[in-house]
Structures are given as structure tokens and as C-alpha cells.
Design a protein around this ligand. Structure first.
Ligand SMILES: C[S@@+](CC[C@H](N)C(=O)[O-])C[C@H]1O[C@@H](n2cnc3c(N)ncnc32)[C@H](O)[C@@H]1O
Length: 423
């Protein structure tokens, strides 16, 4: 690994006066061209409490060299909470920095959070502070651990902000196109990086779905905060309105829309782009969730989110369990020959026919050649679909290898039957 890290870093030392001042960001009094901040993220970590813990520990035996220090966690000054107070605290800090910054100055904010409403608040904070997001860089900050796999963000976003000097307005409908483009570009970039480092990290993903969703939030911020007015509404004013419990704001909706688009682009590991593009919503849903299940993730909200992203009408029809942390898809055997009719959502799809054929092989009541016959009858335009059928059977086989070895080996039998079939 050591030789993969560059030894000759480019250096750009900065020589300047350095002053350390201990006060709240809202009380800044000296200007700067660049502000780099790492604010608290909602209530994710309660820094004041951590400080208090260390203070009480240090106070038992206070270090001599710090004898002039005042041991206080400054609890009252901390920006806390997840709702209006968090927003107000953040706005007073960032507005103050924007005021002290020249027109060509910039701010870099490190931010990471999985909740859409916190990102909506972040958009509001940017608006109300007179700033706009011009770029977002994703930095991987977490090392891997089996415990963290799949669902957790592995990085932090560096948001680059500048002053919002123009008063641009837009309409919600137009924003939809812009958001879709921006999110797609951002997700493509991260997916490209994922593939680019595959060899380096031995097949492990640099970014997980949660990261790509977060990239969707950041991309949304870049589009949204460019505008001062949306559908005639002044966003900086709107941004300061307290949240009404149970009500979703326009910004919440736009952020949710962006993340939905990000979800649509989350091609599961092991699925070829071409296969993915030919798959309909419910097939994508099944493939995606099979991938999550193969990594031991069974969280119901994931099934709900992806059903929404892939526009599945009745995802319940392909579910075995719908429990909060123990949700699961129906297996090939559980699906059996149910719901195969044309009127059903999953029934007429190629994946459903593949799962049916796997089920027949598993049952072992009909000869493999006859299973192949049935498959030919079921899949319209069978000969053109053969490649997709083998790819899907291969995928099902790989993803069920650990949890359902029998289904896995029968899917492999099916793959080979179709592959070797004389045409
Ligand atoms: C994410 S942490 C920063 C971590 C730090 N960059 C590091 O790597 O150790 C957020 C910090 O913001 C501080 N903070 C909270 N409210 C503040 C305020 N009003 N002004 C300045 N700092 C504040 C918290 O005390 C906490 O230390």
C-alpha cells in the first residue's frame, strides 16, 4: 500500500499572521478571503457533552502548562438541536462570515448527514446567509468495517460557497430538469470513481448507496441555492420560517425529488448497465434489494425508498416479510408460480420468468429441457433476450449463494442451460 501513496506532495506553504481566538463564530470581527468551517451536524454529536466529560477528567489533575485556562465547555454558545434553533444558530454564524468576506471570497463547509430534512435546512442556511453552493467535493473519511457496511456514509462533503450576488428566479418545473441533470452527473462521477479504484481496494466499494444519496443532496443544493426566487417565493425569507410539525416545505420536496433521482441511478453491484437499462421498475427493485440482502441488510425503509425510486406500485407483492429490521423479498420458491399473469406488475417481466424457471428446477419435478421449453414460451422475443436471461440467472445465483445455496445452484444450472442451448 505504501508505494501507492505519492511521496512527493506538492506544497504551497502560506506565510501569514496567525491568531487563535476563542469565541463563537457569530462574534467574528475580522474579515477573511476564505473561511473553512466544520460545523456541528444537527444533533449528530453533542460536542458540549464530550468537552464536559474531558474537562471533569482533566480537572482532577489539571496540566500545569494550561493553568491559566478557563475550563468551560461554552455550552451556552454551542449551535445545537435539529430544528429552528440549529438553523438560527447556523445562519447567524454564516451570515456573519459572509458579511466579512469580499465579493470574490469563498467558504468551505464540511458537512455530512443522512437526513433529507437536515440537508433542506442546510439549503435554507445557505440562502438566509446570502450564499450559494458552487461545488461539492466528496472526501472518503471512514475506513471500512463489516459492522458499518452498506448503510452508512463513508465520507464528508466539502461544500464550496460563494456570495449570491445575482438575483435569479426560476420555476419549480424548470428546476426538476436541472436537478435531474446535476444529480445524474454527480452520481456518475462517484460511480466512476468507485469503478476506478476497484483494484486498489480489492473489490470493496469506495462509496456506498448512502454516499451516493448524500451526493444527491449536495447536487440539489448546488442547483437550488443559485436562485433567489422560486415560483415567486423569496427563498432567503422563506428559509427563515420555522418548520411546522408534520408539514413538508417546498425545499423538502425538492431535496426528496433529488434523492429519488439519485436512487434511480444506483445500479447494484454485479448488474451490467445494459441489463439494468432494459429492466423495468419492479425488476430493478428486486435486483437492488437482492443485492442489499446478500450483504445482510434488511431494513424496511430501504425497501420503501427504492420502491418509490423505481416507481413500483405494489412492492408488497414481492415481499415475504415487511418488518422494520427484518424485511425480506420472496425467494424463487416462495414466488412459485403465483402472480405470473399479464395483469400483474412483476408477472410479465423477464426476471420473474427466470425466478419461475429456478423454482421449477428447484422443485425437480420437470426435466431441465422442459423448464427451458416453458421459459421460451414465457419470455416474448426469447432469442433476443437470452443474454439478459443468462445475466439475470447469474446474478441471482451469486446473490443467493450464502443465504440460499439451493436456489443459487439452480440459478447457475439455468444460466448454463440457456447459455449452452443450441439455437
Ligand atoms: C464537527 S465539530 C469540529 C471538529 C473539528 N474540526 C475536528 O476535526 O476536531 C463542530 C465544532 O463546532 C463547535 N461549535 C458549535 N457551535 C459553535 C459556534 N457558535 N461557534 C463556533 N464553533 C461552534 C463545536 O463545539 C464543535 O467543536
Amino acid at each position: 500500500m505504501a508505494n501507492k501513496v505519492a511521496q512527493d506532495f506538492a506544497r504551497a506553504p502560506i506565510f501569514s499572521e496567525a491568531v487563535v481566538k476563542n469565541h463563537s463564530a457569530m462574534d467574528l470581527d475580522s474579515g477573511a478571503d476564505i473561511y473553512i468551517t466544520d460545523p456541528p451536524y444537527g444533533d449528530a454529536v453533542k460536542y458540549e457533552e464530550i468537552f464536559d466529560f474531558f474537562i471533569s477528567w482533566l480537572n482532577k489533575n489539571p496540566p500545569k502548562e494550561f493553568s491559566s485556562w478557563i475550563w468551560d465547555s461554552r455550552r451556552a454558545l454551542a449551535i445545537k438541536g435539529e430544528d429552528h434553533d440549529f438553523k438560527l444558530g447556523m445562519v447567524s454564524a454564516y451570515k456573519r462570515m459572509a458579511e466579512l468576506m469580499p465579493d470574490n471570497g469563498l467558504q468551505i463547509i464540511m458537512f455530512t448527514h443522512q437526513s433529507g430534512s437536515i440537508w433542506a435546512d442546510m439549503a435554507n442556511i445557505v440562502w438566509a446567509s446570502g450564499l450559494r453552493v458552487t461545488a461539492a467535493w466528496y472526501v472518503v473519511t471512514e475506513t471500512d468495517s463489516a459492522l458499518r457496511e452498506g448503510q452508512y456514509v463513508k465520507g464528508t462533503i466539502l461544500l464550496i460557497l460563494r456570495k449570491r450576488l445575482q438575483e435569479l428566479d426560476t420555476a419549480r418545473d424548470e428546476l426538476a430538469y436541472e436537478l435531474a441533470e446535476e444529480v445524474k452527473t454527480q452520481v456518475d462521477l462517484l460511480t466512476g470513481l468507485n469503478n476506478g479504484v476497484k483494484d486498489l481496494y480489492r473489490d470493496e466499494n469506495l462509496f456506498e448507496d448512502a454516499d451516493l444519496q448524500m451526493a444527491g443532496y449536495a447536487a440539489a443544493l448546488r442547483v437550488l441555492t443559485r436562485y433567489s426566487t422560486i415560483d415567486g417565493v423569496s427563498m432567503p425569507q422563506e428559509a427563515m420560517r420555522p418548520r411546522v410539525r408534520g408539514q413538508t416545505t417546498m425545499v423538502d420536496e425538492l431535496i426528496a425529488f433529488a434523492v429519488n433521482i439519485a436512487n434511480e441511478y444506483l445500479v447494484p453491484d454485479g448488474v451490467d448497465r445494459a441489463v439494468w437499462e432494459k429492466s423495468v421498475g419492479v425488476e430493478r427493485f428486486y435486483l437492488k434489494m437482492l443485492d442489499m440482502e446478500s450483504r445482510g441488510i434488511h431494513v424496511l425503509s430501504n425497501y420503501q425508498n427504492f420502491a418509490k425510486a423505481f416507481k413500483v406500485h405494489d412492492y408488497g407483492a414481492v415481499m415475504d416479510e415487511v418488518k422494520a429490521n427484518r424485511a425480506s423479498l420472496k425467494t424463487a420458491a416462495q414466488l412459485g408460480n403465483r402472480g405470473m399473469t399479464a395483469g400483474e406488475e412483476f408477472g410479465p417481466t423477464v426476471l420473474r420468468s427466470v425466478l419461475y424457471a429456478v423454482h421449477l428446477l428447484q422443485e425437480n419435478k420437470v426435466k431441465p429441457e422442459d423448464v427451458l421449453h416453458q421459459l421460451r414460451d414465457l419470455v416474448p422475443d426469447y432469442f433476443r433476450e437470452r443474454e439478459r436471461i443468462t445475466a439475470l440467472a447469474d446474478y441471482v445465483s451469486k446473490k443467493t449463494a450464502k443465504a440460499r445455496p439451493d436456489e443459487s445452484s439452480n440459478a447457475m444450472v439455468l444460466r448454463d442451460l440457456v447459455r449452452r442451448e443450441r439455437v
